[in-house]
Ligand binder design. Structure first.
Ligand SMILES: [Zn+2]
Length: 205
């Protein structure tokens, strides 16, 4: 894969903003620690209320504009300040809330490989969906294109799920996510992905 910072890459990204995403600026971010290589992609699933697709609640949550009275479930989100860099909707539409050069607030207490606070060194990608549920072909298509662009721009060494970086607290994106499909779409070696997902060969056949 081409990872040089040539002209091709520079047309895809501008200050950490991906050209093929719709920008929706969230205030929920900060600077990454100095000298931190962005070497991890963390995948999540989210929908608000859970299992209901197509609304604007997730985007509102990431921008601190969610109306908590709109649904009983939203009460538990009061005071939450979260964001992800990217959000892929069921039909593959891609939104970006935080520059990938900045630190978004998606992983919480987490560790993976050498990293003990994955927000520092990762790019967070939320898939509209529910933990354990299946995801749409359009979402994989967008995710593969996005990850390819990320791999060209950042020195990524691993792609993992929230469930892998915070295994005690989190279970997203869950068993319905097809890691092999992502691996094959990206043409990456299995060492980029969580070992336990790569050992599940044929589970989906
Ligand atoms: Zn998550």
């Amino acid at each position: 894969m081409n990872r040089t910072d040539g002209t091709e890459t520079s047309t895809l990204w501008s200050d950490g903003w991906y050209q093929h995403a719709m920008p929706v600026a969230s205030p929920n971010f900060g600077p990454r620690p100095a000298q931190t290589a962005v070497d991890l992609v963390v995948l999540h699933s989210i929908s608000l209320p859970p299992g209901e697709y197509g609304g604007d609640a997730v985007g509102r949550l990431f921008c601190n504009q969610l109306d908590l009275d709109q649904h009983p479930y939203f009460q538990r989100l009061a005071g939450l300040r979260v964001s992800s860099h990217f959000y892929i909707r069921r039909h593959g539409e891609l939104l970006q809330f935080v520059s990938a050069d900045e630190r978004a607030w998606h992983a919480g207490a987490s560790s993976y490989g050498e990293s003990n606070n994955c927000n520092d060194n990762s790019i967070g990608v939320e898939l509209e969906g529910i933990e354990g549920g299946l995801f749409e072909p359009d979402q994989y298509e967008t995710l593969v294109a996005l990850c390819s662009a990320i791999l060209q721009r950042y020195p990524i060494t691993a792609i993992a799920g929230h469930e892998h970086v915070a295994p005690v607290r989190k279970t997203d994106p869950g068993a319905g996510f097809d890691w092999r499909l992502l691996q094959q779409g990206l043409g990456l070696d299995s060492r980029f992905f969580p070992e336990r997902e790569m050992s599940r060969v044929g589970a989906r056949a």
